[in-house]
Design a binder for this molecule. Structure first.
Ligand SMILES: [Cu+2]
Length: 209
């Protein structure tokens, strides 16, 4: 009689302990991972005009980049450069980039036919600098006036240094994975600590029952 009474509460406690430890693990993981994932999202490029890898056959006077969120605009923090078919040593942007909410634009005057490269750098709405490049082809009609370009482009000042990770803008940056990895470790430590606390409690309660 006394033995069965002693073993019955012990078995329920074991089930409760396991449930508590499992829920502790899930709770800790959720609490740590959800904010880390949300906070580490960089802005990314939604569309460009001209589009990446497209062929432009009529003269254009501007490059437009559209991002998923409002671009932060500190002094000299935004860059949009367009370099030409000569290996990138001639610039064809004619003024510094301007920011309007999610849009970054710069005026251009293109030169000879060939491959043009757009180099951009912005400060993401989460405060991180992101940068990337893309290319498009320019094949104007015969007789189209070719702009000379310039060797250094317009003077847009020294690029302001934001906390830079220069991650490609097409997905979560490497810092996101680092954050998630750190979050997993913290969650596991929290879960183990929680489990130890829960496992010790039934012994204290034994005396009361
Ligand atoms: Cu970021």
């Amino acid at each position: 009689m006394a033995r069965s009474r002693a073993s019955a509460p012990r078995r329920t406690a074991t089930t409760r302990e396991r449930l508590a430890a499992a829920s502790g693990l899930m709770l800790a993981a959720a609490l740590v991972l959800v904010p880390a994932g949300a906070a580490s999202a960089h802005d990314y490029l939604v569309s460009t005009d001209p589009a990446a890898d497209s062929t432009v056959s009529t003269p254009i006077d501007q490059v437009d980049l559209t991002f998923n969120d409002a671009v932060l605009d500190f002094a000299d923090s935004t860059r949009l450069q367009v370099t030409g078919p000569d290996g990138g040593s001639t610039h064809f942007e004619t003024a510094c980039a301007t920011v309007a909410n999610t849009e970054v634009s710069a005026p251009i005057a293109l030169g000879e036919a060939g491959e043009y490269t757009v180099v951009w750098r912005i400060v993401s709405s989460d405060g991180h600098a992101v940068s990337d490049t893309y290319s498009f082809r320019y094949e104007p009609a015969d007789g189209t006036t070719a702009a000379e370009g310039s060797s250094s482009g317009p003077d847009c000042g020294e690029a302001a240094e934001a906390p830079s990770d220069s991650a490609p803008s097409t997905g979560p940056g490497s810092d996101s994975y680092l954050l998630i990895g750190t979050a997993v470790v913290i969650a596991l430590v929290a879960a183990v600590t929680f489990g130890i606390i829960i496992l010790r409690r039934p012994r204290d309660e034994d005396g009361e029952e």
